[in-house]
Design a protein around this ligand. Structure first.
Ligand code: SF4
Length: 366
């Protein structure tokens, strides 16, 4: 069902199944959005304490599934599906700039969770709506995923960091034929990673900021409590200082190590160690996330009342959760660092729309 193809085309049945799943997930997304505005506490739990904690492991195992069913993508790509888009193409530099803005947006929005979004469903709702508006307006003008899903989306840099050696490849349930709107296409390129595209300065900066900076950023983020309302400038400063300090430290460590690797004489060693470095930082980032997030979901976090889904502390000892986090860390290091690259892409590329595009794809500098 997931990757059925006939003569190079996806079967109508497999596309139909994906359309049904897209509709169901879109409706779930709409219900969560409704709760965020009209029953904010429930909306906050559904969004921040269920959906978001599941996302990183899904991005590690099968980012193509998320790319196919993300309700934001389903909405943004509707103008293109309905043939209402002008289908303009961005050039390489423009996509690089969008990728860099996406990373900056991620690093600016996530700290604000402590100050605003974690405890303010309505503000979270407005944040989501503003993203839907930007993505959908872009969808009326630009080709497929070029502006939002593979450009500006703040989740996209994390997809590229975590999705470098995936378990599942599924069909591309959005693009009906490939217009080569992004090169390299993150959906269709085997073992794509954040550092796969470093042809322009924007691409390069986006890649090292997300790969080198994310582990420290996540660590710093978990050192800050949630503020139920922002009472002072100091609180705003605090929500940024910890994640940004962590980001700076891991960014520096990453860059020094990368320089040491690039000074090696043997080209093969440079390639091998550079890949390992990216993989180690991806493993560190996702491990750090679950190391803090799983205990906090069940009431064992540093800040007892923050990000709790179910408080099991009065009933259960904390050791099962410690064990789960340790096992997850071992799993992520195996997954990223020790497992062989399997040459899988997130999704199967649909047929190219024309031979001309196929030729230009072959000549592209990735
Ligand atoms: S599959 Fe082709 S059309 Fe779709 S996002 Fe990738 S490059 Fe663009």
């Amino acid at each position: 069902m997931w990757d059925t193809k006939q003569n190079g085309e996806f079967t109508p049945f497999s596309i139909f199944i994906w359309r049904v799943i897209q509709l169901i997930v879109w409706l779930i997304g709409a219900v969560i959005l409704w709760f965020l505005f009209f029953c904010p506490r429930l909306g906050e739990i559904l969004f921040w304490d269920i959906l978001i904690p599941v996302a990183p492991i899904l991005l590690v195992l099968g980012p193509g599934i998320w790319r196919n069913i993300c309700p934001l993508a389903t909405t943004n790509l509707l103008p293109r599906h309905l043939n209402l888009s002008k289908k303009a193409k961005l050039n390489f530099k423009q996509i690089g700039r969008l990728n860099l803005i996406g990373v900056i947006l991620l690093y600016l929005i996530v700290p604000l969770r402590h100050a605003i979004f974690n405890n303010n469903g309505v503000a979270t709702g407005y944040l989501i709506i503003s993203m839907v508006l930007i993505g959908t307006i872009a969808g009326f003008f630009y080709e497929w995923k070029s502006v939002w899903c593979s450009g500006l989306c703040p989740i996209h840099p994390v997809e590229k960091l975590y999705g470098e050696n995936v378990l599942l490849t599924v069909i591309n349930a959005h693009c009906d034929s490939c217009m080569n709107c992004v090169t390299p296409c993150p959906d269709s390129t085997p073992n794509i990673k954040a550092t796969s595209t470093i042809k322009t300065n924007s691409h390069k900066l986006a890649a090292i900021l997300i790969t080198g900076g994310l582990p420290g950023f996540i660590w710093g983020w978990f050192q800050v409590p949630d503020f139920h309302y922002v009472a002072s400038f100091y609180q705003i400063l605090k929500v940024f200082i910890w994640p940004f300090s962590g980001l700076a430290i891991s960014f520096i460590i990453y860059n020094i190590t990368e320089r040491i690797i690039k000074n090696l004489k043997d080209k093969t060693s440079i390639q091998i160690y550079s890949k390992k470095l990216t993989a180690i930082f991806a493993a560190l980032a996702v491990s750090c996330y679950y190391w803090y997030r799983i205990p906090s979901l069940f009431g064992y976090g540093y800040f007892k009342k923050d990000g709790v889904l179910i408080n099991l502390q009065p009933k259960l000892h904390s050791w099962p959760f410690s064990l789960i986090t340790i096992l997850l860390v071992i799993f992520f290091f195996y997954w990223f660092v020790f497992r062989k690259a399997n040459k899988k892409s997130w999704t199967i590329r649909p047929q190219f729309a024309s031979k001309k595009i196929l030729v230009s794809q072959k000549n592209m500098p990735d």
